[in-house]
Write a protein that binds this ligand. Structure first.
Ligand code: PRX
Length: 612
């Protein structure tokens, strides 16, 4: 815990000389095989951190803890809706990682090769991510809720050499097939050399899934005879660690590239400070590896700090509405980090459920992914935080890789406001020309300079990367609206671009529209996000049908399953309205803004460009 004064002092120092600040963090917190020659280089809009430095993130996440005598400490604890529990120590995890890393090498995987993971939230996925990082292969995790088409698009974009999957994932008591989705996704993709399949629930060989074709390898068989020694590849600080796809305002997802050095430093340090960690902490971040939160704050950040990180496969309220409360109590969780959507869901079931449980172990709470409504913040504070625990409302993005705006434990925290920029980060709320705007007025949230874990590229689309720094020339454009109050505390309001936030997941309006118009009955479409009590936002689609089709409930059903097939169930519109035409500019651009204003009963604003 720190005081406002202590924070202010360190913050000012960090801003006065960010290079000095981050150099000290890098030196004190991270083990390097070779020290950097230069801390920071900014050749606008490109930048690098810790140039010439060599390291491996898995050495920081595993080896160094074992050397320090913490090998027998639990690194990861897996739990599911049946309360099955698997714990793996740091020592055991390193052995598994090394075996899988050697397995990948035996399949010809080399530094720089791309490996796509399409897996459930199981320990083997953590092993696969770390094994890639161990040998310098670049992982690209695709959330296992995405459809075969969405998966294929990502596999093709990054030209993955290997895909790792499992037979099924578990959700609300049912097993969802994964392997058949991968089969469909990789069909005809010659560059995919191998699909590694984890057969869950089968330890003996005879029980395992029968694999077909010479391009498939059984996970257990692959590691069976591998050595458990694999020296970590000395990575250049600026070598790629992973690619993670996220939605933007165009129809195509962007492959956000993060590099080893800056990412290691920033995720380690934010985990340490934001959660005020103590030795022996049991830490639970409820995210899936398919999202950036799973990368930075389930896996790399916590392991780099030597914590015990919990991973729970399933949903908050299955099999019972207090499933998660039971886990907090049983596992004696000290730090609990979740999303506003999950909290809204838990709140809906009422106060009697949290009351039945003992949350004495908890010390720090957190939220991420979407704006948190003040009333939900207060509910969280009272019912889970016993009216005393700090709530870390962390604002950040796939592109930032780590926390950017947050009121650290001990600082004044205000419901619904993320708070202050983190050490070394200068943020502001500006108009479209980049001018600071007065306190309490809505504007664009920007970051003034590159920080260590800032995205380095958009895979195969450097122009898109440059746009982040040129939309408002010279600063990083977050794509969010925000308000800064008179104390400098920032409230993030939501996206300023055509990106929706459904249950904390980013979905581009254009992505859903593209999928809609690929349905045979759809001529044109426009998609907007509407406020939703639980999910934050929900999708409404306006659809113009081709003349030979007429509206019907069956057609709505068919269009919905089409979207599920094209993208994922989370992208399926809750509402579909058939309309005769869509509001457009004279140049033919669909004005989603007008549709949204009409839908929400708000002012339609300037309509001079509307083609009426
Ligand atoms: O709109 C902001 C919202 O989520 C977006 C980033 O989404 P993604 O890249 O998927 O990463 C989510 C996990 C970091 C942001 O542009 N967002 C994220 N955290 C918050 C938030 N909005 C308000 N408050 C937050 N704490």
């Amino acid at each position: 815990m720190i005081t406002n004064e202590q924070f202010q002092k360190t913050y000012e120092e960090s801003i006065k000389d960010p290079e000095k600040f981050w150099e000290q963090v890098a030196r004190e917190e991270i083990s390097w095989f070779k020290k950097w020659d230069k801390v920071f280089n900014w050749d606008f809009p490109n930048y690098q951190w810790f140039l010439g430095g060599k390291l491996n993130i898995t050495f920081n996440c595993l080896d160094r803890h074992i050397t320090a005598g913490k090998g027998d400490k639990a690194a990861l604890t897996y739990l599911n809706e049946k309360y099955e529990r698997i714990t793996i120590t740091y020592k055991e995890l390193l052995l598994q990682v090394n075996k899988f890393a050697n397995g990948l090498k035996s399949l010809g995987v080399k530094k720089g090769d791309k490996v796509v993971l399409y897996m459930p939230l199981v320990i083997e996925q953590a092993v696969a991510m770390l094994a890639c990082a161990r040998i310098g292969a670049v992982h690209s995790v695709v959330f296992a809720g995405f459809s075969a088409n969405a998966l294929r698009e990502r596999i093709e974009d990054c030209q993955a050499k290997i895909v790792v999957t499992a037979n099924w994932t578990l959700r609300r008591g049912t097993k969802k097939e994964l392997k058949s989705t991968v089969d469909e996704a990789v069909k005809g993709l010659e560059f995919v050399e191998n699909v590694i399949v984890l057969s869950r629930g089968s330890s003996s060989r005879s029980e395992r899934m029968t694999l077909s074709g010479d391009k498939e390898t059984d996970y257990h068989q692959l590691i069976q005879n591998q050595s458990d020694i694999c020296e970590p590849e000395p990575m250049e600080s600026e070598d790629a660690l992973f690619v993670l796809y996220t939605s933007g305002s165009t129809g195509k997802p962007k492959g956000i590239v993060h590099t080893v050095g800056g990412y290691s430093v920033y995720t380690h340090y934010t985990t340490k400070k934001v959660f005020d960690i103590q030795d022996g902490d049991v830490y639970w971040c409820t995210a899936d590896f398919g999202w950036i939160t799973g990368h930075s704050y389930v896996l790399y950040g916590p392991l780099s700090n030597g914590l015990t990180s919990l991973m729970v496969e399933g949903t908050p309220d299955y099999p019972t509405p207090d499933h998660w409360y039971k886990i907090i109590e049983q596992e004696k969780v000290n730090i609990f980090y979740t999303s506003p959507t999950a909290l809204r869901m838990l709140r809906k079931y009422g106060e009697e459920y949290p009351k039945k449980h003992n949350f004495e172990s908890l010390r720090i709470l957190g939220t991420v992914g979407e704006p948190i409504n003040p009333e939900v913040w207060l509910w969280y504070k009272k019912n889970i935080g016993g009216d005393k625990l700090p709530i870390e409302d962390t604002w950040w993005q796939t592109e930032t890789a780590g926390h950017m705006i947050v009121a650290l434990p001990g600082l004044t925290q205000k419901p619904g406001k993320a708070g202050k920029p983190f050490y070394g980060i200068e943020a502001d709320v500006v108009d479209e020309k980049g001018q600071s705007i007065p306190a309490n007025e809505k504007g664009f949230l920007i970051i003034k300079k590159p920080w260590p874990s800032a995205l380095r590229d958009c895979l195969n689309n450097h122009e898109r990367f440059e746009k982040y720094w040129t939309e408002i020339k010279g600063v990083y454009f977050t794509g969010d609206f925000a308000i800064k109050d008179e104390d400098g505390d920032i409230q993030v309001l939501g996206r300023s671009d055509d990106v929706m936030n459904i249950s904390g997941h980013r979905i581009g309006s254009a992505e859903v529209e593209n999928a809609l118009v690929s349905h045979p009955a759809v001529s044109e479409s426009a998609v907007i996000g509407k406020p939703d009590e639980i999910k934050g936002e929900r999708i409404k689609a306006f659809v113009v049908l081709k003349p030979e089709y007429s509206p019907s409930d069956d057609l709505i059903k068919d269009i919905k399953s089409h979207i599920k097939r094209e993208i994922a169930s989370m992208a399926v519109p809750d509402e579909i309205e058939f309309v005769a035409s869509l509001p457009k500019t004279r140049s033919g651009k669909i004005m989603r803004r007008v549709l949204k204003a009409r839908e929400l009963g708000q002012s339609e604003g300037d309509l001079s460009v509307l083609d009426q």
